[in-house]
Design a protein around this ligand. Structure first.
Ligand SMILES: N[C@@H](CCC(=O)N[C@@H](CS)C(=O)NCC(=O)O)C(=O)O
Length: 216
């Protein structure tokens, strides 16, 4: 059985990405929870991956780390899911914006870390605003060019949505104003049954990360 090693459901944005792909497609997998920021966190993660970060997918003899690599692996492992859009222009676009997310938006990620329990506005720096502008541009472009068949970036739910779901949660948690298309996209993520499962589990999580909760 596949095994996915993850961190906190309330705070671990990278863990959410591959988890959503598996849960949305009803794949049976074992979930291994490693509490973050504990004295033994690093040692516990190193049991699974030399990179020392979650998420990690164990698929038989294959070990995959880095969220984007896990989504690439799952796309090949389960071709029937069309996790990445089937047609070339859309697939190329989905890969590009997914990689852009994986390597970017550091200001938004640092200033507004994922915290699903939070619902409070925060002041944004110009750098964070620039990240939000680019994110919403990406969402508008994908929805306009490829999204007519459904509520997600490429119509049907795809790996690109896995990459952007944690970004969508920041828009809601920090009450960041966005245009109507982006707001509807955030709503679509929150309405996705697999996301609801993760969100409900996050609400029941006891562990707290004081520094993230303390953000004004
Ligand atoms: N680039 C990595 C980022 C993974 C990452 O930063 N994970 C955090 C949790 S969200 C982590 O493992 N932190 C534990 C630590 O640094 O001790 C990915 O895409 O998977």
């Amino acid at each position: 059985m596949l095994k996915l090693v993850i961190g906190s459901k309330n705070y671990s944005s990278w863990s959410l990405r591959p988890w959503l792909a598996l849960a949305h497609h009803d794949v049976t997998f074992e979930e291994v929870f490693v509490p973050l920021d504990q004295p033994d966190t690093r040692a516990r993660i190193l049991e699974y991956s030399p990179a020392g970060k979650v998420p990690i997918l164990i698929d038989g003899d294959a070990k995959v780390w880095e969220s984007i690599a896990i989504l690439a692996h799952l796309g090949e492992r389960f071709p029937e899911f069309d996790l990445w859009p089937k047609e070339f222009p859309a697939r190329a676009h989905a890969r590009s914006i997914s990689c852009e997310m994986h390597s970017g938006f550091s200001h938004l990620r640092r200033h507004c870390p994922m915290n699903l329990r939070r619902r409070k506005k925060t002041a944004l720096t110009p750098e964070v605003e620039a990240d939000v502008t680019r994110v919403t541009e990406i969402w508008n472009d994908a929805r306009k060019q490829h999204g007519t068949g459904g509520d997600f970036l490429f119509g049907a739910f795809s790996a690109a949505d896995c990459m952007y779901a944690p970004v969508a949660t920041r828009i809601r948690s920090y009450e960041i104003p966005v245009d109507a298309v982006s707001a509807a996209y955030v709503d679509a993520i929150y309405a996705l049954p697999a996301f609801r499962k993760w969100y409900d589990a996050a609400m029941n999580e006891k562990w707290r990360h004081a520094a993230t909760d303390a953000i004004a």
